[in-house]
Design a protein around this ligand. Sequence first.
Ligand SMILES: Cc1ncc(COP(=O)(O)O)c(C=O)c1O
Length: 247
Amino acid sequence: MSTNIFPVDLYSDTLTKPTAGMRQAIANAEVGDEQKREDPTVNKLEAMVAERLGMGGAVFLPTGTMCNLIAHAIHCRPGDEIIIEQNSHPVHFEGGGPAVHSRVSIRGLATERGIFSADQVEGAIRPNDPHFPRSRLVCLEDTHNMGGGTVWPMAAIESVAAAARKHKLKMHLDGARLFNATVASGVKPAAVCKHFDSVWIDLTKGLGCPVGAVLAGPADFIEEARRLKQLYGGAMRQAGIIAAAGG
Ligand SMILES: Cc1ncc(COP(=O)(O)O)c(C=O)c1O
């Protein structure tokens, strides 16, 4: 017997289901071998996301979790440390992915609702001393899920990015719900993304697609991401079938 007595289940946007239009797009999708970059529907989706986020390129991946792990692996070397809000997705919900895949440690920043300051970043950066892990990457989540869907104010993004740049750290954005954030703030997605070295969006959250996420960044970053996509077993074949829903 179902225990859900409510007509609409508001547990999470992860419960969204593909619309009739998406199912139609899936049925009509032109497909090819995605590993050879010959799937026109995947290629179109990647180009659209790169353009919308104002990034040099983009790569279609099976999940947002894989977007995070590939970004960590590209930006960091084993023994590095990631500065990230203490209740962010990779800290609790990726099976220890940063430690397993990238062999990095996590410096979790305490916040009320997911938004940290440039001062907190400055305070977390390790001195250049062989005793310490090397601070390498600052990760933001926008909206911040465990913070209750908090939207990062632009001024906070700008000051955190300036602190990261000053110390030559990379910036990564978990934008699983970036479009929710930019609809709420009225800021164009590209205006947010220009502060980051990598960013990704999830197709399976508010958008309601059945599968997939898109990781974006400069062309050389995306070239490396395609290599890791293969390495981690995320390269697909006629993936236009699933990409069509997000196109
Ligand atoms: C903020 C955030 N990051 C990453 C993920 C992981 O995305 P996926 O479920 O596509 O792996 C989620 C999923 O709920 C999320 O909420």
